[in-house]
Design a protein around this ligand. Structure first.
Ligand code: PMP
Length: 780
């Protein structure tokens, strides 16, 4: 293996006495010299007569003089372009130039420089604050920017610390013992070949420092950078390669990898935004840097088995690689890319734009009726991708709560559909447009025969409100029936059908309730024939309606009984409820706002499980994956009844952009087979949590369909006393560990797990293991 590199030539071997002579004879600086550590040159600290500190740099005999000149030129350029960057300027030789030349007996002719010894010390990664890390990001980017316009012919030399030459090191992989580590290394190399190498020629390239590690940065007591040293690894290469070099050292022995990386990248990109390809390659470049370290170290360890400095390199590199591999190299790459893409945030003196201030502004301007922020420590989220959301510091949270982003946060297909239509035309349904008609056709095609007409609105509440108008127009009734802890929306009519939100003890005249089919406690759970309970519950409720001199117009049913506590009763039980209300002349409104769009893992619509065709279906939340769009789907003759009284028009309802979003959601659900995924991953997760119940007696019941799971907590399994406070603590502890869930049910003691349908099995495992950890911690 022939690799033209000074790494293969032994470093110079001067004694401190030689160094003192050189400093005096060449530079006129007289004082004691002390050897410093270096990979391939020799460095000495020299203290002059006035206490002035210098570093004598004695170059390796194999070093190209052009390279030394390039270093001198680079430092001079940085000082000129950005005087705030602390770089070591050279002491002139007695001849007035920056570089001297000395003959050392037994060693050869060496080029020598005497450069300023900058104040400060090397910091350890774990002592740096967020502000320090951010500042290091700006320093690295600042050095890159200052070097941008510098040309030097020596910059084209081949140096093994330049990742563009990593393939030259690939054969050294054979120096690593076969086994797990070798396999990991091989995977990193394969990814590098596949993803990085083809892109490298297209990346912004220039002269870069290439080694701004914590070994080459000096800091003061507050961790502020006081020196940038060692320009010995400079190369003309991809600008972005400065980042993995620094990150490798910042991430050493840190658990909070992605927070540190995000803080660093925030600093870096505040000076030098990254191009998209650069951002996407960061994960592989970081892994590549580790591979490079391991491969160089393996070879050098053979050459210099006694050099502890070299031997010390590779273990941290392996450790960091293992950390990246633990979450998968793909995921690591996604997170780094996300952090690098993040828009630059405003920073204020003293740190991040603090959340407390935003909380206070929110409180002042959004009023006291708005629901409080979720979690004891509220989240300030700025970005989402797949099943993950990220906070202002780049910390990722696995979203096991939100059902709106049904195909995953910010799904590119949906985003693109919205953007393209918004850039083309957005108007209303009084003009002819393909989108609204196509969407209506696709929705009716997905419904049982008879549900052939669609009316578009903007929210689940509006859909239920319109369903109410239709129901009253058709039946002449004036009362809605709902389960006793239901939620159906916010309009005046529908708030009345949301007992979970009723002011205590105040049942609106237009509403009547019956017990939700609770399969864990109460009449349904205890009865041999829960269908009879259903019939009884409904007829009692209808009796109360009649006793008040009113008549039923509609039954609203959420097929997953989400607010009631998430139940999965047997089909005949729900059929009995629906038929009972229908027989009294009311319509059955299937509220699919929660249970629709594949959530239940067995089809697009949750009501299908009951074998009763609803009169009206309402859709919302997931319909546009976050874009407001909702719909009512019913029979034409029902709409005709409303039409005989009035016409219907909603300004935004069914607009081309909303419909583009909704069409894209249907496409993605189909193409990514998300219903099957919800069934498979949801089934796995339910089993995994059920298994946890064996070790954690506070888990009283695990239930649900697909990716709508309820975990009911009790103080003990026999008394089944609801453990509402525990549920809140678990929810908060899960959040602290990066997994977001909610609570539901009248006593708030049921954990609500309801992730995007695109959630992967390994992500579901994270939900289960985190829940296990949290339960164990709270029990101990
Ligand atoms: N129905 C159900 C079952 C719901 O869960 C909700 C919202 N949580 C709504 C209707 C109302 O939807 P929106 O908030 O979009 O108006």
């Amino acid at each position: 293996m022939t690799i033209p590199d000074v790494l293969d030539t032994a470093p110079p071997r001067l004694t401190p006495a030689d160094a003192e002579r050189v400093a005096a004879d060449v530079f006129g600086v007289v004082g004691p010299a002390r050897a410093l550590v270096s990979e391939r040159d020799q460095n000495f600290a020299v203290v002059g007569e006035r206490g002035d500190g210098w570093v004598l740099k004695v170059a390796n005999v194999a070093e190209d003089p052009g390279v030394i000149e390039m270093e001198v030129a680079a430092v001079a350029r940085i000082a000129e372009v950005d005087p705030a960057l602390p770089v070591p300027l050279p002491h002139p030789t007695l001849d007035g130039g920056p570089i001297g030349r000395v003959e050392i007996a037994g060693s050869g002719t060496h080029l020598v420089r005497l450069i300023a010894l900058l104040p400060g010390r090397n910091a350890r990664a774990d002592e740096l604050t967020d502000d320090n890390i951010h500042a290091i990001g700006t320093v690295v980017a600042g050095v890159g920017r200052a070097l941008r316009g510098l040309f030097h012919p020596a910059a084209g030399r081949v140096i093994l610390w330049d990742q563009q030459h990593l393939p030259r090191l690939f054969p050294r992989g054979s120096l690593v013992e076969p086994g797990q580590r070798r396999d990991l290394l091989d995977r990193v190399i394969a990814r590098f070949s596949e993803r990085v190498l083809p892109a490298l020629p297209t990346l912004r390239s220039q002269l870069i420092h290439n080694d701004v590690t914590l070994d080459n940065l000096l800091v003061d007591a507050g961790g502020n950078v006081t020196g940038i040293i060692d320009f010995g690894d400079m190369a003309h290469t991809a600008l972005v390669l400065d980042i993995p070099a620094t990150l490798q050292s910042l991430l050493r022995e840190r658990d909070d990898l992605f927070e540190v990386a995000a803080t660093f990248l925030d600093g870096y990109t505040s000076v030098m935004p990254l191009e998209e390809t650069e951002a996407q390659l960061l994960g592989d470049l970081l892994a590549g840097r580790m591979a490079q370290t391991i491969l160089i170290s393996a070879h050098r360890t053979r050459q210099y088995p006694d050099n502890e400095y070299i031997r010390g390199w590779s273990e941290p590199a392996w450790a960091l690689l293992a950390q990246l591999e633990a979450i998968s190299l793909d995921e690591a790459g996604r997170r780094l890319a996300a952090a690098a893409r993040r828009p630059v945030r405003t920073r204020r003196a003293g740190g991040w734009a603090v959340d407390e201030e935003l909380i206070e502004r929110r409180r002042r301007v959004l009023g006291s009726a708005l629901e409080p922020l979720t979690y004891q420590r509220p989240l300030h989220l700025v970005r989402g991708e797949g099943a993950w959301m990220f906070d202002t510091r780049g910390r990722g949270y696995l979203d096991a709560y939100n059902n709106v982003p049904v195909v995953g946060h910010s799904h590119p297909r949906v985003v693109e559909a919205i953007a393209r239509q918004a850039a083309t035309l957005n108007t209303n349904t009084r003009y002819l447009h393909e989108n609204v008609v196509e969407l209506a056709e696709r929705l009716t095609a997905s419904m049982p025969p008879g549900l052939d007409t669609v009316m578009f609105v903007n929210s689940g509440s509006e859909a239920n409100d319109l369903a109410w108008r239709l129901s009253t127009a058709v039946t002449g009734g004036d009362t809605g029936l709902v389960t006793d802890w239901a939620y159906h929306g916010v309009t005046s009519a529908i708030a009345a059908f949301s007992p979970s939100e009723w002011p205590r003890g105040q049942q609106p005249a237009s509403a009547e309730t019956f017990a939700a089919p609770n399969t864990y406690r109460g009449a349904y759970a205890e009865a041999d024939d829960p269908q009879r309970v259903a019939r009884h519950e409904v007829s009692a409720a209808l009796g109360r309606v009649e006793a008040r001199g009113r008549s039923p117009a509609a039954l609203y049913l959420d097929a997953t009984f989400t607010a009631d506590g998430i139940f999965l009763p047997a089909a005949p039980v729900v059929a009995a409820i629906a038929e009972g209300v229908r027989n009294a002349g009311a319509l059955y409104v299937a509220d699919e706002v929660q249970s629709g769009y594949g959530r239940t893992g067995d089809g697009l619509w949750g009501f299908s499980a009951w074998d009763v065709v609803p009169d009206i279906v309402t859709l919302g939340k997931p319909m546009g994956n976050g874009h407001p769009v909702a719909a009512v789907i019913t029979r034409a003759e029902i709409v005709d009844r409303l039409a005989s009284q009035t016409s219907f028009f909603s300004t935004f309802g069914g607009n081309p952009v909303a419909c583009a979003a909704a069409l894209a959601v249907l496409d993605v659900i189909e193409e990514e087979q998300l219903i099957d995924n919800a069934g498979a991953v949801g089934g796995w997760l339910r089993t995994a949590i059920t298994d946890l119940a064996a070790r954690h007696p506070v888990i009283g019941d695990v239930r649900g369909r697909g990716l709508m799971l309820g975990v009911e907590l009790v103080t003990d399994p026999d008394s089944r006393q609801p453990a509402g406070d525990l549920a809140v603590r678990i929810k908060d502890e899960m959040r602290e560990r990066g997994v977001l869930i909610g609570t539901t049910g009248r006593a708030g003691n049921t954990l609500k797990i309801r992730p995007p349908l695109s959630i992967r099995r390994d992500e579901a495992e994270l939900i289960a293991t985190t829940l296990d950890e949290v339960l164990s911690a709270l029990e101990s």
